[in-house]
Design a binder for this molecule. Structure first.
Ligand SMILES: [Fe+2]
Length: 183
């Protein structure tokens, strides 16, 4: 039998309860890659006929973990941002996503100001997953039609996250009350 969403959620829940944070995330990454080999899962949630938008397909009451599917009709580039205290694991379902990890180079001493520099880039191809630890700054870009699964430790709409503008040298905090979808 193929590895289902339910199997993935059970394994992720167990790893979050039993393992240290970073170890749990690595297990979730491996299991998400396994879930993406399930053609029926991909077809149902992130196939060519999937409706564009961001959909939460599982919310774990015990751990707070969220599983979302992102389906994009148009190409997009999301600026550098973090997920606050939440981790995230992205798993590519269709086309690709280019990820860049950014390093903050200022001391954070001035409210609203921030210097960030790109540190590392990689491309997620279908079936590949990538982990971002809590507070890790990243940006992404993808072509029209890209689809991915994103697993987060917490519902991001409920926590403070930050968005950076490298050219302006600014940072904007979203305190988690806007309800705006985050990438
Ligand atoms: Fe993100």
């Amino acid at each position: 039998m193929s590895y289902s969403l339910e199997d993935f959620c059970a394994d992720a829940r167990a790893s979050l309860k039993d393992k240290a944070g970073a170890d749990a995330r690595q297990i979730i990454k491996a299991r998400l890659e396994r879930l993406l080999t399930n053609a029926d899962f991909v077809a149902e949630h992130a196939g060519p006929k999937a409706e564009a938008g961001i959909k939460t397909i599982h919310r774990d009451a015990e751990t707070g973990m969220n599983v979302l599917v992102h389906v994009y009709a148009e190409a997009k580039a999301a600026p550098p941002h973090d997920h606050g205290d939440s981790w995230a694991v992205y798993g590519q379902a269709a086309l690709h996503t280019d990820m860049t990890v950014w390093q903050r180079t200022d001391d954070g001493g001035t409210a609203g100001k921030a210097s960030v520099e790109p540190a590392e880039s990689f491309r997620l191809e279908p079936g590949m997953a990538g982990v971002f630890e809590p507070g890790q700054i990243h940006s992404l870009s993808f072509p029209a039609g890209a689809r991915f699964v994103r697993v987060t430790g917490t519902d991001l709409k409920t926590i403070a996250t930050r968005r950076f503008d490298p050219d302006a040298g600014t940072v904007l905090e979203d305190k988690g009350v806007s309800g705006v979808a985050k990438t």
